[in-house]
Design a binder for this molecule. Sequence first.
Ligand code: ATP
Ligand code: MG
Length: 356
Amino acid sequence: MSHNIVLLPGDGIGAEVIYAAKDVLEAISKKYNRTFRFSSYDIGGVAIDQHGTPLPDETVEACKQADAVLLGAVGGPKWDNNPSDLRPERGLLGIRKALDLYANLRPVKGFPKLLHASPLKEEIIQGSDLLIVRELTGGLYFGQPSERIDNGNAVVDTLSYTKKEMERIIDKAFQSATLRNNHLTSVDKANVLESSKLWREIVEAKKAEYPDVTVDHVLVDAAAMKLITNPTQFDVIVTENMFGDILSDEASVLTGSLGMLPSASLAEDGVGLYEPAHGSAPDIAGQGIANPIAMILSSAMMLRYSFDMNQEADAIEVAVESVLNQNYHTADLKNEQGALVNTSEMTDLIVKAINR
Ligand code: ATP
Ligand code: MG
């Protein structure tokens, strides 16, 4: 059985790191006798230049037909002054919508060799390894009405969710917990919000389907504090859209560099999209020095969540950690000792570690 992977390199370092992930996947395919077929399509600024739109129809069609999508990053100063429908970011929002991606999974891991790169105390972040599961399609971002009222003297935003939207993300989080350490923390504001009261009821009801999973409820304000005072108490965190947006940026501080953070966005039965949490990094684009690890770890998530290849995903993660443990680092991972390497050198080291 072959797996059809669509690559959307995009702009800036997106196009540099995506080929690093492809090299790593090719090493996995040889070692584990798996067949991956790759094809590349345009999105973002390059698509504006080539096709006059940030999201060409052929890109959407190819993604819908794919088994999984890997995306680099979009955007750059060249298109910053474009009108809003010709902005690279429109391509990203458009593809998320076209694929109906409702679950955003962000693992955050404090790698032992990178503890010094975080502004937080090493003894606090040591051993931190958690997964944030964020709802992506509902809540304050999309609730109607959202407008100025009363002649501009008042405003309204609406936090709205259907029960079905809550159930599917909560179920995904329970499933994710079973793939890790069977510990789920549900984050809400149930002391104030009606939406959070329903959320909590659904989490409680779901427990029956996942008897091995231990569940805690934490209020979002307390969760924000605990994330940076005692992050090791968390394994999987599940929360609604806005809380997840804020907490996942906060949690990224644990890792030391944006260049280390992968993400997955999943649909109900359809195709998953995997991308690094970082952007196109115009300041270092074209220099070949970007850290490819966020993109490479995103491809490991693809193997785990879209293809059920847990052994192969583990092999990538173990390889990344072993290269870091040998003190190799890219420029973003300030490290006085050890060897500074560029994008392709880091990629080759990870490929070699996989082949060992
Ligand atoms: P976007 O709006 O597209 O999310 P951003 O403003 O969040 O972009 P990034 O493009 O993510 O910004 O870059 C933020 C900073 O982090 C830049 O200085 C960039 O060089 C650095 N950076 C981001 N990703 C990497 C990476 N993979 N390797 C090295 N440095 C990176
Ligand atoms: Mg950003």
